[in-house]
Each structure stands twice: as C-alpha cells, then as structure tokens.
Design a binder for this molecule. Structure first.
Ligand code: ATP
Ligand code: MG
Length: 562
C-alpha cells in the first residue's frame, strides 16, 4: 500500500511551516542544524556531551552545522552519492551526531546500529541494508568487521573515528580537517528515503524499516505535542541512536525543536543518572521502563540526596510501563513518568500521555491530535472496530509523515501490515470509555487459558506490585485441559531470596489481585530475564527455552541467562 501523507490541514501543518524547506524541499540535516544558524541561534548549545570519564563538552548549533557539512563533504570527496547507505556503528560520541546530520545533508541514508552488537548481527544488517559506507571505531573494526569486510560487496568505504586508520580504511580526523565548512545540501524531498531502522527483534527476525526526510515534520510536531519540547529546553533522551527512539527523539525531534540535549556516553548507572538530572537541570526526560524499574529496585533512599526540581516532564517508551512505576515516579520525582506508545514502523509517537493530561497509571494515553487509532477485530474477513473494553489489535489510519515506507526486501510482509485502510500494529490493546488506550500484549504473547484471554502485561504488573519482585516476564504454556496455563519468571529486589515460601506467597498475591483463572500457575525465580539490547523482555525466548524449542533470531539478545 502506498502511504500518502496527509499534507493538508493536519495538526502537524504548523510544524511543516516551522521548518524552512528552502525551495519547497526538505532535508532533515539542514532543518536540524543549518536552519538555526541562519536564524541567528548558532551560539546555542545543541548538544552537551558527558564523557564516560567525567568530561563534559558543549557543541553549539554552529559547530554542529559546520561539522556535519564537513562530514558531508568527506562523503562526497570519496565519490558517494545520494541514496548510498551509511551505517554508523559507534558509541554516543559527538562525532556520531555530526555524522548523522552530515549523512542526511549529503543525501545518503543513515542507518545507526547499536555498537555492542556482535559481528553476526552487524553483518546481516549490512547485507540486508546494502551498506555502502561504514562509520566505526578502530577497535570495533578490528574486532568485529575486518575478518569478513571483503564479503560485503556493496561496501565502498570504511571511515574510522580518530586520527589513524587500519589499512584499507580512512581516518575521519584528517579527512574532516581538509574538508570545507560549507556544503550544498542535497536536493531531498519529503518522500526521499533518509533513514533505515531495524526493529528490536523482540518477536522474531528484525525488519529494516525505511523512513523519509518528511518524517522531520512529525518529529517537530510530536516533540512539542508529546514531550513538550521548545527552544532551549534541557532535554535528555536516554536511548541509544542504534534504536529508533535514540534517533527520532534523540537526534531529530530535539534538534529541529532547537533544544539543548544531553548526550551521555555511559550506560545506566544510578548515581550517574540522578546526578546528571540534578547537575544539568534536565527539564524533559525520556527514558524506558527497564531503566525506571532499575531505579525502583534501588529504592527511594538512593534518590533522596538529589534535587530533581528542574524536571518538568518525564516520559517512557518501549515496553508497557507498569502502574507501580508511574506511582513510584510521582513519589520520587514529584510527577509521573508519562507512558507513550509507538514503533519503529510508525517513526514517531502515536499514543501518549501528553503534558498536562491527567494520567491513568497503566494506560498508554490517547492518540496524538491528528492520529486516528482504533481497536480492531482479529481474524479473517473485513476488519471490525471494537467498542470500549474489548480486546483487539491496535490499528492506525496511515497518513502521518513519519510512517515507514517499506520493509527492506520484504514487500509481502510490508503489504500484510495494511488492511481495509488500517495499519495493523501487531499489538493488542483496549480502549476505555474515556478514550484511553491500555496495552494488553503483543499479538503473539496473548495467553488463552480456560476461555480467558490473558495479556502478560496485566500479570507482570500485578507481580511487581509485590515488594520482593523487581521484574516479571509472563508466558503461556500448552496445557491439555486449559489450553494454556500462565507461567511467570521473576527477578527479586535486594534483600529477598528465592524460596518455596516466597513462591507460594507470590502466587497468593497474584491470585488475590487477578483471580485464580488469570494468576500464574507457577512462578520461577531468575537472576535476570532475557532482554533485547533496547531493554525489552523477550517472552518468546522464555517460552522457547521452557519448551525446548528453537530460539529463533537472538541477534538483539542482551542477557543470556534464564
Ligand atoms: P520486532 O518488531 O522486531 O519484534 P519490536 O516490536 O520490539 O521488535 P520496536 O519497534 O523497537 O521493535 O518496538 C515497538 C514495540 O514495543 C511495540 O510494537 C510494542 O509492542 C512495544 N512498545 C513500545 N512502547 C510501548 C508502550 N508504551 N507500552 C507497551 N508496549 C510498548
Ligand atoms: Mg515490532
């Protein structure tokens, strides 16, 4: 199905007008950097970079504009052309951000990968994406790429961050030195491909979703509407650009809205995070349930010494946000984490608890203005919209500018996402009478037990209300009489040890909260749960391991202990 973006009177029309779009063209790299310099804001800090070693560096919009132009010129000097594909495989370094914008300014397609991927996931993605240029570090190159580099036929250039490069690669430092600060921005339009994002691989083999330059319109809009970004906001998105959140809302939305964004090179560490929010006076913070649950696990005491008074808005994405986490954050930060829902495919936030909206803990919120969502019946035949309280597939009417335009090399899979004028998300949800949406589970994760439809999220949320439980993953196991039975895996908070008595207590707690039909039949203790590198619990893996079935694609698996 061809996506025809709604160009007329959509609520994002204002965001389109906010962008310069010289000559009616649109280029994300230009709109995120050069535009601000032209309008006199070059001196504003675009990016405050916090190094692992405690160093701190400010990069202004003028710096970003210059550095990205130089990067674009380096690409062109090596004969690269519009439509070529640059893969970035490096940590959260300022060079990554300049390279992202420079790639887009040169008209190449930017594809960020998580730098902790092993050689095999990198290689398959480079093959699927016909990688033309790779930007990486010397250490990553030597360890993960060099042994098979020659087998990627499309690869023309390897750029290495720093002043030196192994044989057959180009050192970025000297190349940038010799490049001009001025670059002619590529002639891209709203429909020109700009980015490829691979999905998280939670439910199976990752798909490569293609996004266009016009997505910036929706990023500009939703940055304001869903996160409350405005010029000068101090904003911290904790996601890595290797995932769609770290690009859509960790590069594009903040920069087109001219915020000052915090970029932390390091991974999650409790004191570091709390200290960063306090010291940098972070006003808008966008994070994920896994991180929030880690904060909860550390307890309220750990948060006490810090001043969080600059925080104005907190948001969360990527997984269902348990009601307990919403209530906890209200207590600790003086306001709740606001859950929002979207996917790699949608390119931007679709359903959200927006600034100023009363939060119902456990709900994902409401569709952003301009987004038409529905809960539709599953199964064959024409799709039927369901009423309040009914469980069905979460669907959206296509037409917003950041919607994917293809799954790379998977036309049939892409086409299957569209039916009867709806885009089908693959997630199950319900809508209540007030129009709030509630996540139930992935379509694949739904448990059918003795005639009941059970969403794992509901069971997991009940379990983590118990003071002993830090995280929970819930699956259905085949059962002759019930069809399926519910089984839970939990990790424990500090100070609690696995025991039969605790298992009994947790089952009792769940029965009280959920009723006997929905409560888990068995609860197993684990040190960690299998998760994707973007922090999502991989329930399919819990199930495959329990049943001794093949594990399927585990290229994004982070922790390997169940
Ligand atoms: P794959 O499609 O490869 O299995 P994935 O769906 O996890 O991986 P992403 O596009 O990164 O890849 O994640 C989007 C999915 O994450 C959504 O479809 C949904 O299942 C889940 N998700 C995102 N935000 C929320 C949320 N606020 N509440 C519940 N689930 C969410
Ligand atoms: Mg998905």
């Amino acid at each position: 199905m061809q996506i025809e973006p709604n160009r007329a009177a959509a609520p994002w029309a204002g965001a389109r007008d906010m962008l310069d779009r010289p000559g009616g063209r649109l280029n994300i790299g230009y709109e995120a950097s050069d535009r601000h310099v032209i309008h006199g804001h070059g001196a504003q800090t675009a990016l405050r970079w916090l190094g692992k070693d405690g160093s701190r560096r400010d990069i202004s919009y003028a710096d970003l504009s210059r550095l990205s132009s130089r990067f674009a010129n380096v690409l062109r000097a090596h004969g690269l052309q519009q439509g070529d594909r640059l893969f970035a495989l490096m940590g959260r370094d300022p060079a990554l951000y300049a390279a992202a914008l420079g790639t887009l300014k040169a008209g190449l397609i930017f594809t960020p990968l998580f730098s902790a991927f092993g050689p095999e996931p990198i290689r398959t993605r480079m093959e699927i994406g016909d990688c033309t240029v790779l930007l990486t570090t010397e250490a990553i190159y030597r360890r993960k790429i060099a042994p098979w580099r020659d087998q990627i036929a499309s690869l023309k250039l390897v750029l290495i961050v720093g002043d030196e490069a192994p044989e057959g690669c180009v050192a970025l430092g000297p190349a940038l030195e010799g490049a001009s600060n001025e670059c002619e921005v590529a002639q891209t339009d709203e429909d020109t491909p700009a980015l490829i994002h691979f999905t998280s691989g939670t439910t199976g083999r990752p798909k490569g979703a293609v996004h266009v330059h016009g997505a910036a319109i929706y990023h500009a809009y939703s940055g304001q509407a869903a996160l409350g970004l405005s010029p000068g906001t101090i904003y911290w998105c904790t996601a890595d650009p290797g995932w769609v959140t770290g690009t859509s809302y960790g590069i594009i939305a903040p920069l087109v809205n001219r915020v000052t964004m915090i970029v932390d090179e390091a991974e999650f560490e409790l004191e570091r995070w709390y200290g960063t929010v306090e010291r940098e006076r972070v006003a808008v913070w966008y994070s994920a349930p896994t991180a929030i649950r880690m904060m909860m696990r550390a307890g309220a005491e750990a948060a006490k010494p810090y001043d969080f008074s600059a925080l104005r808005f907190l948001a969360s994405v990527g997984e269902p946000l348990n009601p307990e986490a919403v209530i906890w954050s209200e207590r600790i930060f003086g306001q709740p984490f606001h859950d929002n829902w979207w996917q790699t495919e949608t390119g931007g936030i679709m359903i959200a608890n927006t600034p100023g909206m009363p939060v119902k803990p456990g709900s994902m919120g409401k569709p952003l203005p301009g987004i038409e969502a529905g809960i539709v019946s599953q199964g064959d035949g024409p799709l039927r919209e369901l009423g309040p309280g009914e469980i069905g597939e979460l669907a959206l009417r296509p037409g917003w500018p950041s919607m994917m335009r293809a799954y790379l090399h998977e036309q049939a899979r892409y086409d299957k996402c569209f039916r009867d004028g709806w885009y089908l998300s693959g997630d199950l949800a319900t809508r209540d009478a007030d129009g709030f949406y509630w996540f139930v589970g992935r379509a694949d994760d739904l448990i059918k037990s003795s005639g009941h439809l059970i969403g794992p999220f509901e069971v997991e949320s009940a379990l983590i209300e118990h003071p002993a439980v830090a995280e929970a993953g819930v699956i259905g196991l085949p059962d002759e009489t019930a069809g399926e039975v519910v089984q839970a895996y939990v990790t424990l908070n500090p100070g609690h040890e696995p025991s039969e008595a605790l298992e009994r207590e947790l089952r009792g707690h769940a029965r009280k909260r959920l009723g006997a039909a929905v409560a888990p039949r068995a609860i197993l203790f684990r040190h960690t749960l299998p998760k994707t590198r973007s922090g999502k619990i991989m329930r399919r893996l819990l199930k495959a391991r329990e049943l001794g079935l093949p594990e399927g694609d585990i290229s994004t698996l982070e922790s390997d202990e169940t």
